[in-house]
Write a protein that binds this ligand. Structure first.
Ligand SMILES: Cc1ncc(COP(=O)(O)O)c(C=O)c1O
Length: 428
């Protein structure tokens, strides 16, 4: 019986096409090879408390550089209280799509607060940040249109552009000259066009030239969308994001997108913009219309987190100070921080993926938790340790981590070289 069952099970999987999933294969291959080399799987580690500047894994405390809790707001007692109150009244689920099942007061309260924070007319909140980008771009644009996006735009933006069926033009990362050339050549072929960028790039920690992008969008009659997943709460003197950093008029950007899963400590995403845009998304965007409303407890949590961000700008200052300290300390130590500008996301670029993996493991053994990022998430040969900084990191945390990187790097290189001497060259 058992062999028969297994065979049927495998057959079903093959029919459904689960086996050839490329990502899983490349991850499995990487994890298998890594384990042959004596490396632990760094993925899916289970944290036993809210993962903040420190975390607990298997009962041991680690300095944590893998949290999006940039402003150290997650777990704030005022948020727990807001969530408890909302749960008491509304339970934990919105029950159905807001369009048909109706809304709860925390939904509009959050949207109105976000629109006011951005200084624009309206806002729509989706249940997922990733789905916000996919569904918004997928719905608003069609095959006669053109989407001009940064070469390092997040997967969700690229997926949305693909779904839309519009012509997709990827310009060299943060290169406005390259974008202008593309617009010059291709804009006239497209009925509607949009330029898509991020407020702070999630792999490199650098900032786009937003004033120039605004000038380009005006000259070439395009819309402009900025994904502020990593810049909301991080950039600008009071954390208002990339518009505050450059002191620009918020209405010069047509779609302000951000996730609720990072600075705002919840889950979901939103688009802030004109009332007409938001109404159109509310009645048409499939990821909103055909998806359940955000749990009211999450809306209440994010609303409270936004309030904390606005009332306590000292958190933003703390984050900016410690991020700048991290950047300068890393540079003094001769580490390659690429294009990072010292705002919450700072890579230490190692190059070789295997060396980066081993380095991350050795740091883990020394009580430092930082994720290795390699191809396909970044270009081949630019594997890195990606440090997410939080306002509650201290100079001691930073020194301890970066000193350990410098001490362990030669060991990680030696490990990979030894393996290669015994088994031949390895590649991903
Ligand atoms: C730039 C960017 N946009 C969108 C998303 C998706 O957001 P979420 O993880 O909240 O779904 C992410 C996630 O990391 C991101 O980095």
């Amino acid at each position: 019986m058992i062999p028969q069952k297994t065979a049927m099970h495998e057959h079903q999987h093959q029919d459904l096409g689960f086996h050839p999933l490329r990502n899983k294969l490349s991850f499995s291959r990487m994890v298998d090879m890594a384990s042959e080399m004596g490396m632990e799987n760094p993925l899916f580690k289970c944290h036993e408390k809210a993962a903040k500047a420190t975390t607990i894994i298997n009962g041991r405390e680690y300095i944590n550089f893998s949290t999006y809790d940039y402003l150290d707001i997650n777990g704030h007692p005022a948020i727990t209280q807001a969530v408890t109150e909302a749960a008491t009244i509304f339970g934990t689920s919105a029950g159905a799509s807001r369009l048909v099942g109706g809304e709860r007061p925390p939904h509009r309260a959050l949207e109105q607060a976000l629109a006011a924070f951005y200084g624009v007319e309206d806002c729509i909140v989706y249940v997922s940040g990733h789905a916000t980008n996919v569904s918004t771009l997928g719905f608003l644009f069609g095959k006669k249109d053109g989407i001009f996006h940064d070469g390092l735009a997040h997967n969700s933006l690229v997926q949305g552009a693909r779904l839309s069926g519009a012509q997709r033009f990827s310009y060299a990362h943060n290169d406005c000259d390259a974008l202008e050339k593309l617009l010059e050549e291709k804009r006239d072929e497209c009925k509607h066009a949009i330029i898509v960028t991020e407020g702070l790039f999630s792999m490199d920690g650098n900032i786009p030239d937003l004033p120039r992008l605004i000038a380009l969008k005006k000259r070439y009659n395009c819309l402009l969308m900025v994904d502020e997943a990593h810049s909301l709460g991080i950039l600008g003197a009071t954390g208002k994001g990339v518009r505050e950093y450059f002191s620009i008029d918020p209405t010069d950007v047509d779609l302000w997108m951000s996730t609720l899963s990072k600075t705002l400590c919840g889950c979901g995403g939103f688009i802030c913009g004109s009332h007409d845009l938001v109404e159109s998304l509310k009645y048409g965007s499939p990821g909103f219309v055909y998806s359940v409303g955000m749990p009211p407890i999450i809306a209440a949590a994010c609303r409270k987190a936004l309030e904390i961000l606005q009332n306590e700008p000292e958190r933003v200052k703390k984050l900016q100070d410690i991020s700048q300290y991290f950047l300068h300390y890393a540079q003094e130590k001769g580490l390659d921080t690429g294009a990072a500008q010292g705002y919450a996301v700072i890579p230490v670029i190692i190059g070789n993926s295997w060396v980066t993996g081993f380095l991350s493991q050795q740091l883990f053994q020394r009580g430092i938790y930082v994720m290795p990022i390699s191809f396909p998430a970044v270009k081949e040969g630019t594997a890195r340790l990606r440090f997410f900084i939080s306002a509650s990191h201290t100079k001691e945390h930073v020194q301890k981590a970066l000193d350990a990187v410098c001490e362990e790097l030669p060991n990680a290189i030696a490990l990979v070289q030894n393996y290669q001497e015994k088994h031949g060259a390895i590649s991903l």
